[in-house]
Design a protein around this ligand. Structure first.
Ligand SMILES: NC(=O)c1ccc[n+]([C@@H]2O[C@H](COP(=O)([O-])OP(=O)(O)OC[C@H]3O[C@@H](n4cnc5c(N)ncnc54)[C@H](O)[C@@H]3O)[C@@H](O)[C@H]2O)c1
Length: 422
C-alpha cells in the first residue's frame, strides 16, 4: 500500500534540531558544497524527477539539497528501517521542502510502503543504497523501467546485486556504481565505517575495547577499517575470511586469522562486515563466551543468524537501548546490537561528514554525468568515470590544505618511456 501523503516522518516538530545538525555536517562537506553552488548556477538536473533511497542522515540531507539546487524534483525514502535520523527527516520536509518518507524503527510494511511512495514519484533517475528501489522497479513496477535514464548505487551489496541483474541480461536501465569510485570505497567503506562502527558498538554497549578479543568477519574495505580501528582501541583483533588473498593480507597486516568455528569461542565482541549471509550461526553461538557482544556492519541483517539466536534463547529482554539480551539454557547471556542491522547507522550517526563529502560528491556528479550522457549509456553497470574520481580527490585535498608535487616534464617523459635505465 503506497503512502499518499507528500511525506511520512515521525514528528515535524523535530525539524529545528535537524536543521542545526544538517548545517553542522554541511560545514564539513566542502566538496559537495562547491558542487551545490555550481549546480545552483548551472541547473544540470533541471526537470528531472529523482527518487533516492538512502540512509536519512545529515549528510544525505546535504546531498538532497544539492540535487534540488541542480533543479531536480527529489523524493527521499529510507534505505534501512533503523538508520533514519527523525530530526533530519523532519527538517527535509519543513525547511527544504523535500518529500521524505522515513521513520526510525519503521516496520517492514512501512519500509516498503515508503519505497513505494518513492517509486510513485515516477523517477527518471534513481539513487539507491542497497538496490531496494531498483529491486521494486524490476520486480513490481516494470512498466516504469522505460522512463528511467539511469540509477546510481552507493554500496558494495547493491553493486553485487546489480551486476547479477546485468549478467542475467535483466538490468532495465544504466547504473553508475558509485561504490566503485576510489574516492568512495577507499575512504567511506574503510575509514568511515571503521570509525562509525566502533562508535556504534561503544554507544550501544559502553564496552571497553582495550584488552578484548574483537572478531571481525570479512577483510574487505569495511572489515579492514573496523579491524584497524579496533586494534587502535587496544583490542586483540581476530579476522575471519573465505578469500585466500584477503586472509593473507590480514595476516601480513598483523592480525590473527581463524575460521569462525575457532574464533567463536575466543571473541568478546563480534562484528560482521562481509555482505554475505549466515556468517555467525547458532552453532557458533553455542560455544561463545558468556557476555559476548554481536554486531553487524554489513548491508543487510542476515550476517548474524538471528532466528538461530532466538531459537537458542529461553528468555530475551532489552538490556539497554539497541542491545537485546539473550539468556541461553546454560545460563550464558549473548548480546545482539541493533537487531543485527548496520550498527554504525542504527546505534550511532553513520559516517562522519568529512568522508561522506566524497561519497556524495560522487553521487551528485554521477547523476549529472548520467543525464549528460543518457544517449550513449547502455543497460550496464558503469564505474564512475576516472576523471570525476580524480577531480574529487584533488578537490578534497585542496579543502584540506594539502599540497602535492607535480611531475616535471622530465619525470613525465621518464615514466612513459621504456628505454631509460641507470
Ligand atoms: N555500515 C556501513 O555504513 C557500510 C558502508 C559501506 C559498505 N557497507 C557494507 O558492508 C559490506 C562489506 O562491504 P566491503 O566494501 O567491505 O565489501 P568487500 O567485498 O570489499 O569485502 C567483503 C569481504 O567479506 C568476505 N567474506 C564473504 N563471505 C564471508 C564469510 N562467510 N566469512 C568471512 N568473510 C567473508 C569476502 O571474501 C570479502 O573479502 C557490504 O554489505 C557493504 O554493502 C556497509
Amino acid at each position: 500500500m503506497a503512502t499518499t501523503k507528500r511525506y511520512d516522518v515521525k514528528d515535524l516538530a523535530l525539524a529545528p534540531e535537524g536543521v542545526r545538525r544538517i548545517e553542522w555536517a554541511d560545514r564539513n562537506m566542502p566538496v559537495l558544497r562547491a558542487i551545490r553552488e555550481r549546480f545552483e548556477r548551472e541547473r544540470p538536473l533541471a526537470g528531472y524527477r529523482v527518487s533516492a533511497c538512502l540512509h536519512v542522515t545529515t549528510e544525505t540531507a546535504n546531498l538532497m539539497r544539492t540535487l534540488k539546487a541542480g533543479g531536480a524534483d527529489v523524493v527521499l525514502c529510507a534505505s534501512n528501517p533503523l538508520s533514519t535520523q527523525d530530526d533530519v527527516a523532519a527538517a527535509l520536509v519543513e525547511e527544504h521542502d523535500i518529500a521524505t518518507y522515513a521513520i526510525k524503527g519503521e516496520d517492514n510494511d512501512t519500509y516498503y510502503a515508503h519505497i513505494d511512495a518513492a517509486v510513485d514519484h515516477r523517477p527518471q533517475l534513481t539513487m539507491d543504497d542497497g538496490a531496494d528501489v531498483i529491486g521494486v522497479l524490476h520486480a513490481a513496477r516494470r512498466e516504469q523501467l522505460g522512463d528511467i535514464v539511469a540509477g546510481t548505487e552507493e554500496t558494495t551489496t547493491g553493486v553485487i546485486r546489480l551486476k547479477a541483474l546485468e549478467r542475467e541480461g535483466k538490468l532495465g536501465f544504466p547504473i553508475i556504481a558509485v561504490n566503485e569510485a576510489k574516492t568512495k570505497h577507499l575512504f567511506d567503506n574503510r575509514y568511515g565505517t571503521g570509525q562509525s562502527t566502533i562508535d556504534g558498538i561503544i554507544r550501544a554497549t559502553n564496552a571497553l575495547l582495550a584488552g578484548k578479543t574483537f572478531v571481525v568477519a570479512g577483510y574487505g574495505w569495511v572489515g579492514r577499517g573496523v579491524a584497524m580501528r579496533a586494534r587502535g582501541m587496544g583490542s586483540h583483533v581476530v579476522v575471519t575470511e573465505v578469500d585466500a588473498m584477503r586472509a593473507l593480507e590480514a595476516v601480513m597486516d598483523g592480525f590473527q586469522v581463524l575460521p569462525m568455528s575457532a574464533a567463536a569461542a575466543r571473541g568478546d565482541i563480534f562484528c560482521t562486515a562481509t555482505g554475505d549471509k549466515s556468517v555467525i550461526t547458532a552453532e557458533h553461538m553455542k560455544v561463545m563466551k558468556d557476555g559476548a557482544i554481536l554486531a553487524n556492519t554489513g548491508h543487510f541483517n542476515v550476517e548474524i543468524e538471528i532466528p538461530g539466536l532466538r531459537s537458542l534463547a529461553t528468555e530475551t529482554r532489552e538490556a539497554r537501548a539497541f542491545v537485546e539480551e539473550f539468556l541461553l539454557e546454560d545460563g550464558r547471556r549473548l548480546y545482539l546490537v541493533a537487531d543485527g542491522r548496520l550498527v554504525n547507522l542504527s546505534a550511532a550517526e553513520g559516517h562522519p561528514a568529512q568522508v561522506m563529502d566524497m561519497s556524495f560528491a560522487n553521487q551528485a556528479l554521477a547523476a549529472e554525468y548520467a543525464v549528460q550522457n543518457a544517449a550513449s549509456l547502455e543497460r550496464k553497470v558503469y564505474a564512475v568515470p576516472e576523471d570525476i574520481d580524480n577531480e574529487i580527490a584533488r578537490l578534497k585535498l585542496a579543502t584540506m590544505d594539502v599540497e602535492i608535487d607535480q611531475l616535471t616534464e622530465e619525470q613525465a617523459k621518464y615514466l612513459a618511456s621504456w628505454d631509460e635505465g641507470t
